[in-house]
Design a protein around this ligand. Structure first.
Ligand SMILES: Cc1cc2nc3c(=O)[nH]c(=O)nc-3n(C[C@H](O)[C@H](O)[C@H](O)COP(=O)(O)O)c2cc1C
Length: 359
């Protein structure tokens, strides 16, 4: 129904507006009695064999909503009700900021891809805190941490720490985003020194007094455009900083897989053209860190087969965004049903058995 009726309408609307309409509808559903139950009819039945334990948390299934889908945590309960095992809200900056000039999101339907140059539009941490505080719904909520555009690189660690501090009580884990291509200078923070600096500021927040619960697992999200040396540097820093895991990967600036590289449009590419690149990077990361760092695989995931392939390559969890735009709200349920069918067919006790099992 989504492909036949809803997508043709939404696809006529400017992509960012269409996304806002979709989020508003989900927000209205979660605020309406019975709305979440209605959304749950699109999800798959809960299957204990799909549960994943990672960095001290328990995920109902490995399929998460990637950062960017719900930047300001407007519709977290609704997205979880649709069957995602986790929602990573953000990127959230300490202070509100508008992001780059519009237009800044483009659909590439023939390529099943998106281009975005959003530049962290964010309501800011205080506004998001109001939305997440005292949440009553179950499910894992991550927060993707960012810095404000005007904050100089030398002070970036303070920004990441400020968002963690503000939202500490509302989140289950945090991701340090130093890999979006749309904030000038951000990706330079993938250097060893910058990562160590940021994680050390975050550990101070994690240890600060009055925290009733365990320290929040801190993950690093990396770019698929790192050179081998840069990757080695970033992973060594993640290990040294005792990161809880690594998210592989953000959008790419590499347009070589597109028939038309669209030189007039800035921004990062996501969706199907990122699939092979992020899978190859995941394999490389796994080779370098083994089991020392849990990996969340992201980029071009659209089917249960993609999830299985990513997990066999070493990811314990996955996330997606672009495929959801094209396939609609039934996608998480459809993928999770596919995973249940797979564990049944293969006679697995738990899907976790395939993590790192190879192709
Ligand atoms: C419109 C859009 C906005 C995004 N915003 C963020 C963001 O704020 N922070 C972030 O870490 N990643 C962001 N991403 C990247 C996604 O989280 C993900 O890493 C990437 O899109 C690859 O996954 P996909 O191919 O399933 O979309 C964004 C992606 C898109 C398409």
């Amino acid at each position: 129904m989504y492909r036949a009726l809803v997508y043709p309408l939404l696809s006529r609307i400017e992509p960012e507006k269409a996304h806002a309409i979709a989020l508003r509808s989900l927000r209205a559903a979660q605020a309406t009695p019975g709305g979440l139950a209605l959304l749950r009819t699109l999800s798959a039945p809960r299957d204990p064999r799909l549960e994943i334990r990672a960095f001290g948390l328990r995920f109902a299934n490995p399929v998460g909503a990637a950062a960017g889908m719900d930047k300001n945590a407007d519709a977290v309960a609704a997205l979880l009700a649709l069957g995602f095992g986790c929602v990573e809200a953000g990127t959230i900056t300490p202070r509100p900021q508008p992001g780059n000039d519009r237009p800044r999101v483009w659909r590439l339907p023939e390529a099943a891809a998106l281009l975005n140059a959003l530049g962290f539009p964010s309501n800011g941490a205080a506004a998001v805190e109001k939305r997440l505080a005292g949440r009553t719904f179950a499910g894992v909520v991550g927060v993707n941490l960012g810095k404000n555009k005007e904050t100089p690189a030398e002070e970036a660690a303070k920004d990441y720490a400020a968002v963690l501090d503000r939202l500490w009580n509302c989140m289950d884990y945090a991701v340090v985003n130093v890999s979006s291509p749309n904030t000038p200078g951000l990706r330079a923070l993938q250097s060893r020194a910058a990562i160590l600096d940021i994680f050390s500021a975050l550990r101070v927040v994690n240890r600060s007094g009055g925290r009733a619960r365990a320290p929040r697992p801190l993950l690093l999200k990396i770019s698929p455009d790192l050179t081998d040396d840069q990757l080695d540097d970033a992973l060594a820093a993640a290990l040294e900083a005792s990161a809880a895991g690594v998210v592989v990967a953000n959008t790419t600036l590499d347009r070589s897989s597109l028939a038309d590289p669209l030189p007039g449009r800035p921004g990062g590419l996501s969706g199907a053209p990122l699939r092979e690149k992020s899978l190859a990077l995941l394999r490389k990361v796994r080779q370098r860190v083994g089991r020392r760092l849990p990996i969340i695989g992201v980029g071009g995931i659209a089917t249960a087969e993609d999830v299985i392939q990513r997990m066999k390559a070493g990811a314990c969890l996955v996330q997606l965004y672009t495929a959801f735009v094209y396939a609609g709200p039934g996608l998480p349920g459809q993928i999770v049903r596919g995973l249940s069918e797979y564990v049944r067919r293969e006679g697995l006790k738990s899907l976790e058995e395939i993590v790192g099992a190879g192709a």
